[in-house]
Design a protein around this ligand. Structure first.
Ligand SMILES: Cc1ncc(COP(=O)(O)O)c(C=O)c1O
Length: 389
C-alpha cells in the first residue's frame, strides 16, 4: 500500500473528479441509458481514419517537430484565420498538443508564478481549478447564475480581481451549461481585462458547435490578441476524442515559453493523429457541418422536452449539453442523479461537480442517438411524475 506521505501534499489534497465517481456507480448497473459522457457519439469520419492508416503505411512513425508538423500548423493557421478571423503564425505562435487538456496544462504552467491567481468561471469543466492548483496558482472561483444564463457579468469579473490576479479562464460555448458568450459580452469583459492588464485563457474547444449565434473568438476582440491564449482542438467538433489532439495559439513570447515545457514534458503530439488532423482540416468541414446540424436538432428536442416535463432549461447556444434546473423537485442534484439512476437507469451528471453554482442542476449530454435520447426522456418524464410534489 502507498503511504500518503509518498504523494505530494498538493496532489493528495486534490479531490478526484466527481464525474468519474458517479460513472463508477452507473458502470455496475445493466440497461443504463447514459446522458453522461461528454464526447461525440459520431465515429471520426472515414476519410480522416483513412489518412491515419495511409500515414502508417507510408511509414510516418517517428517524432514530428516539437510544435507539431509544420504542414499541420500551417493548416491550423489558415483555419483560425478563415473561421475566426484571428492570425497566428505557424512558425512561432501555434503548438500542436495532446488534446486541449495538455494545452490548458502548459498554458497555466507557463504563465503562473507561485501564488498568482486565476479567475475560474463556474460551473465549468472539472479540470480547470485542479490544473491551476497543479501549476502552483490559486484558483479564484466566480459563480455565475442561471438568472444570467450562466454568463459572467462585468461586475462579477471586476469584483474577483485582486493584485495577485494573473489570468481569467473562460470557456465558451461552455461545458456544462452550453452557454455561449456573444461578441458584445466579450467586448465588455475585454475592457476590464485590458484595464487590469490580465491575460485570458480562452477554451474554445466547442467553437465548432455553436448553433444560433456565430462564434466569436476572444482573441478577435479589439486589443485581446496580444493577451489571449486560445485553446482548441479536434476532440469535440471533429469527433476525435480518442486521437488526443489539440492546439494552442498565443503571442510569440508565451508560445515560445510554452514550447519549452511541451518539448521537455511531451516531445510532440502523436504523429499518426497529426496526419489525421491534417485531413480533417483540409477536407472535413462538411462532416463538421453535418454533425453540427444533427446536434442542433437534438438540442431543440431535449430542451423542449425538459421544459414540457417541468424541468426548467435555458436554451444552450452551443456544445452538446443541456443543464436543466431540478430545484422544483426539492432534491439536491446528487440526490436527483442517484435516484434517477437507481429508479429509472438514466445516468446524468449532478451539476455541483462543476462548481457550487451548478447545484440545483443536472448536466445531460445530447451527444447520443435520437433513440437513446427518446428513451432517456421517457424514463425521466415518468421519474418526474413519480416525484411531483
Ligand atoms: C471545456 C473543455 N475543455 C477541454 C476538454 C478536453 O478536451 P481534449 O479531449 O481535447 O483534451 C474538455 C473535454 O471534455 C472540455 O469539456
Amino acid at each position: 500500500m502507498i503511504k500518503t506521505s509518498y504523494v505530494s501534499r498538493t496532489i493528495a489534497e486534490l479531490k478526484p473528479s466527481g464525474i468519474r465517481r458517479f460513472f463508477d456507480l452507473a458502470a455496475n448497473l445493466e440497461g443504463v441509458v447514459s446522458l453522461g459522457v461528454g464526447e461525440p457519439d459520431f465515429v471520426t469520419s472515414w476519410a480522416v481514419r483513412e489518412a491515419a492508416i495511409n500515414s502508417l503505411e507510408e511509414g510516418y512513425t517517428s517524432y514530428t517537430a516539437n510544435a507539431g508538423l509544420f504542414e499541420l500548423r500551417s493548416e491550423i493557421s489558415w483555419y483560425m484565420e478563415k473561421q475566426f478571423h484571428v492570425s497566428y503564425r505557424p512558425e512561432d505562435q501555434i503548438i500542436v498538443t495532446v488534446g486541449a487538456s495538455q494545452a490548458l496544462d502548459i498554458a497555466l504552467r507557463t504563465i503562473l508564478n507561485p501564488g498568482e491567481e486565476v479567475i475560474v468561471v463556474e460551473p465549468c469543466f472539472v479540470a480547470y481549478a485542479p490544473l491551476v492548483t497543479m501549476a502552483g496558482g490559486i484558483p479564484v472561483t466566480v459563480q455565475t447564475s442561471k438568472d444570467d444564463d450562466f454568463k459572467l457579468t462585468p461586475g462579477q469579473l471586476e469584483a474577483a480581481i485582486t493584485p495577485k490576479t494573473k489570468a481569467v479562464l473562460i470557456c465558451s460555448p461552455n461545458n456544462p451549461t452550453g452557454t455561449q458568450l456573444g461578441q458584445e459580452e466579450l467586448v465588455m469583459l475585454a475592457d476590464i481585462i485590458k484595464k487590469h492588464d490580465l491575460l485570458v485563457i480562452s477554451d474554445e474547444i466547442y467553437a465548432e458547435l455553436a448553433y444560433d449565434e456565430k462564434f466569436t473568438s476572444f482573441a478577435a476582440i479589439d486589443g485581446m490578441h496580444e493577451r489571449t491564449i486560445v485553446i482548441n482542438g479536434f476532440s469535440k467538433g471533429f469527433a476525435m476524442t480518442g486521437w488526443r489532439l489539440g492546439f494552442v495559439c498565443a503571442p510569440k513570447e508565451i508560445s515560445e515559453a510554452m514550447l519549452k515545457l511541451h518539448q521537455y514534458a511531451m516531445m510532440c503530439a502523436p504523429t499518426v493523429a497529426q496526419h489525421a488532423a491534417l485531413e480533417a482540416l483540409r477536407h472535413g468541414m462538411q462532416d463538421v457541418e453535418e454533425m453540427r446540424r444533427s446536434y442542433r436538432r437534438r438540442r431543440n428536442y431535449i430542451v423542449n422536452s425538459f421544459n414540457d416535463m417541468g424541468l426548467d432549461c435555458h436554451n444552450p447556444g452551443g456544445a452538446f449539453y443541456a443543464f436543466p434546473s431540478i430545484e422544483k423537485t426539492g432534491m439536491t442534484s446528487l440526490e436527483f442523479a442517484e435516484k434517477l439512476l437507481t429508479e429509472e437507469l438514466v445516468a446524468v451528471v449532478p451539476g455541483d461537480v462543476f462548481g457550487e453554482s451548478g447545484e440545483g442542476h443536472i448536466r445531460c449530454s445530447y451527444a447520443s442517438s435520437m433513440e437513446q435520447l427518446q428513451e432517456a426522456l421517457r424514463r425521466m418524464e415518468r421519474f418526474m411524475k413519480n416525484h411531483s410534489q
